[in-house]
Design a binder for this molecule. Sequence first.
Ligand code: HMG
Ligand code: MG
Length: 298
Amino acid sequence: MMAEHVRIVEVGPRDGLQNEKTILPAAQKIELIERLAETGLPSIEATSFVSPKWVPQLADASEVFSGLQRKPGVAYPVLVPNLQGYERARAVGADEIAVFTAASEAFNRKNINAGIDESIERFLPVIERACADGVKVRGYVSTVLGCPYQGEVPLADVVRVAKRLHELGCYEISLGDTIGIGTPGKARAMLKAVATEIPMSAQAVHFHDTRGQALANILACLEEGVRVVDAAVSGTGGCPYAPGASGNVASEDVVYMLEGMGMPTGVNLDALVATGRWLSTLLGRPSGSRVNLASKQS
Ligand code: HMG
Ligand code: MG
């Protein structure tokens, strides 16, 4: 494979912390984001302006975002489900947002209380406002390799939703295996199908590691040409509305694999491991990163 740069989108402060039992105080969330920025990560999803009733772990989104010392050159996207979320995000100066829907109707209803088309309708004014305000918009499609409620998800549905978000103005579409159910062949086929409608340069992959397949899936997707990978420090997180979904693939493990393959990420692995270790201590649980656990022993 060509020695090409891979951009890692760190989602630990959002996807990671939204599903942890321990709710960190805002000051520690801020410290986490600032430490992650110091490792060289180019994009850190900082928090989520969803309903605090739905995700109490991130109810302090405004306090966290406004307390951040943002590092120049680093992007700090935030999750936004509707106009109310957009206004909250803008009030504290967010300049990149992520909207999120799914390829499965059933999952979308559980997660955001709306069907797929209805959720996209909801995003229209959000994306319109974002474009007018010069705010970048990323788009997520969840359950691209299977759904906890519906089971199989037809590829055509993944392609349709990804294409729609791209057409609406999302600069990048993150394809999420929300419940970590996919295997490399399926991941590759999904990416190929999406590439028939949107360029590979506008695709990102987002794997949860529920069944230990995430790194293998990422490798298959790299071979297909994807160059943007979502990951969460210390393998934190999951979606509270996806039963059985465990943590994201650990950022430390992704960086280790990529650097080992000669694909630079710009991330200082030692600093990332140290941050992951600090976070695991705060959360009171072992790290979900194998690289982290191994480096503890050595
Ligand atoms: P709803 O109950 O249908 O919303 O929820 P509503 O518009 O009827 O409003 C109900 C109440 O929520 C009202 O308050 C609103 O003001 C309030 P009340 O009058 O009852 O006091 N509300 C809000 N408050 C603050 N900020 C807002 C907001 N919106 C409404 N933005 C809604 C619909 C979308 C709001 C809700 O379902 C929700 O917040 N869902 C978010 C669920 C979530 O965050 N899931 C995890 C993220 S997705 C994920 O993890 C997958 C991903 O990682 C990719 C992958 O792995 O596949 C991205
Ligand atoms: Mg996720």
